[in-house]
Structures are given as C-alpha cells and as structure tokens.
Design a protein around this ligand. Sequence first.
Ligand code: MN
Length: 419
Amino acid sequence: MSLKKSWVTSANDPATDFPLNNLPCGVFSLDDEEPRCGVAIGDMILDMAGLEADGVLTLADDPVFDVPFWNEVMERGPATWASLRARLTALLSADAPDQAACLPHLYRQADATLHLPFLVSEYTDFYASRNHAFNVGSMFRDSENALPPNWLHIPIGYNGRASSVVVSGAEVRRPLGQLKPPGAEVPYFGPSRRFDFELELGVIVGQPSQGMVSVAEADAMIFGYVLLNDWSARDIQAWEYQPLGPFQAKATATTISPWIVTAAALAPFRTAPPPREVPLLPYLREPGPMLYDIALEVGLTPIGGPETVISRTNVRELYYSPAQQLCHHTTSGCPMNVGDLLGSGTISGATKDSRGSLLELSWGGKEPITLATGETRSFLEDGDTLTLRGHAQGAGYRIGFGACAGRILPAAAVPDWAR
Ligand code: MN
C-alpha cells in the first residue's frame, strides 16, 4: 500500500498523521459554534456536517453529522462505513473533480477545539500484554507466581467507568484515596503518591451484539481505534485490588486521543499476535491476523519542558488481539453496545525502555528514571504532561492517531470531615 495523493497538500507530507489513507473521525468546534463531526486530512479538518448540509455527502435521509458524536454513523454498520470511506476518498483525492464543493468546509486543525469523538457507552479494561502482566505480578506478588495461572488461557479484564473518559488535552487531577503504605499499621486518607499512566490501545465497538459472537464476528464489529491512557493510582490499587480487582485506582480519568482511526485505515497493518505458549480453547482461536503493527511512544514533559521520550513499544506486543478480547467479553451473553470502549491493557515490550507504565519503568519506584532536564521520576509529579503517540508506518506515509495528552493538577485539599 502506498500514499494516496490528496489535493489537500499537507496530507501528502510523509510525516503527517492524517494522509488520505487515514481519514479518522473526530468531533470539533470553532469559536462558539456547536461541536460537530469532522474528518482529519493533513493539517485540516473536513466539516462533515457542512458537507451534509450542502448535499455534497449524504449518508441517510436525516442528518447524522450535525451532532457531537459518531455513534449514529457507527450504528449504520460496516457497509455504510465502507461507502463513506469510498466517498471521502473520492472527494479528497488529487484528481477529484469537485474540490470546490469541499473548500468551504475545510478548517485548520490549529483553529479548532477537539472533543470526545463518540458517546462512550461503557468502558472495559483488559490486561493483554504478557510483559506487563509479568512485570506487575513480579512486583505485586513474586516472580515465581508473576503470571496468574489463568493468564495464558483467558483475556483478563474488569468493568471500568465510562463517566470519567476524557479527550486529549483535558487536565487530570491527582486523586485522593485510601492508602496503606508498606509497613504502616493502619490506612489513612490522602492524595495518591504513586500516580501513573498506562499506555494502551482503545477499541471502539461499532455494532451491537446479543449472545456470544465469534472472534471473526467480533473483529467485524470494531469501528476503530484510539490511543488510551488508563491513569492509575498504584498506591490506591495495591491496597484495594484484592479480591475484586481495581476500583478507585482506575476511576479518576481515562484519556483517549481525539481521532478514531478506522479499522479500514489500519487494515494494511494487520499482523498475527505472538506465538501461543499454550493452545487456546477453540472459541478464542483467530481465523486470521487480527492484531496491528502500530509503533507507540510515551513522552513526559515536566513544567518548563523539554519532553523526554520515556518508552517506545508496539501494539504487536499484545498477546490477545482486540477481536479475541471482544469475543471473550460476549461469552457470558453480555450484550455489547455501539460506543463501548475496550482498553487493551498496558502495552509493554521485553526491554526496559519499552515498558508502558512508570510502575514498570521505575520498577515500583526502586529505579527512578532520569529526564532530559536531569530530574528523576518514579511516578508522575504535579504539572507533568504525559503524551502518548502512535502510528502505523506505510511506504511513504503513516496512519497516525494524533496526540493523547494530559497534564497532572495537584490533588484537591482533603476536606475537614475526611481527616
Ligand atoms: Mn489498564
């Protein structure tokens, strides 16, 4: 697959996240106008609601793009997704006859505010990277029993909170919580001292299900992908997580990147997950490669900068693909809804510089990392900005996600009645 040339010249830059091959779906606003659907092309946004109002692009009898979410488009299903992509490709390709019809609806990304691109129905977080599961197990338990006995057989997950999913750029306040440091006799209530990020791929379910679906059916239900930061308070987590798993440690916020990169755009970058260490039960076996080759990196910028890239890894590191996770999610008969968000779990490689959380990078705080400024970090400090980036690399182009960033605000004061 090579670069598809566009008459929007910035989309032909080999370094742009948003060439014509990508066409990711977002929600944007300008000044005090209402947020609406848009598609990124180079450094511009194509206003889908404007095109629809002019009759240049019609998806349904009623308007679907004049709202601040893509759920209505997702509901219409894979045939509609494909025809929309084909129509946009035709409108924006270098030899398009009707450029003049699009021109009034192109806006500079630099002038726009980006919003959450879809209504998040429910949020589930998985635990699908073997290196991450091993590293966390080694620290929270011991290296003998690091990988839970079920891990190689089942995609482990928990039901998270949709209410605290926010878009890139939203500030994140350090959580308060119940803490019991190692060696302390009794717990106390106060700000988390071990606030962390988790580098994940977010999966957006675009079709509903009733009853169990196969891995292949699950794959076809996925509309697209975002980068996802599952902010995690490790000290709250360590005290609360047994026996029912994470709760308040993960509920503060989950940040996603603003553009939904469609499964269609990523199709040329499909790859098989790593070899199975034990055979999977038949229902979890993949009929074809359903993981993606997506390079990932994490930048940490302290107050005053500059940024230090603290990790580089790849979505290929996941042991279970999103389709396997989604299939497993339905085994109980759990219905899935349009707009459900699945986190892949923290993605960590085998080497120290490819770990997807500070918990692992600093090995539980025992080996702080050094930033370009000379400062060290075991966990995030107030004022730090954490930025996730990712892209699939084609020949002369890339399918990028845009940044997934958030800055840490100091914790709220503990109220008198909570002391
Ligand atoms: Mn997570």
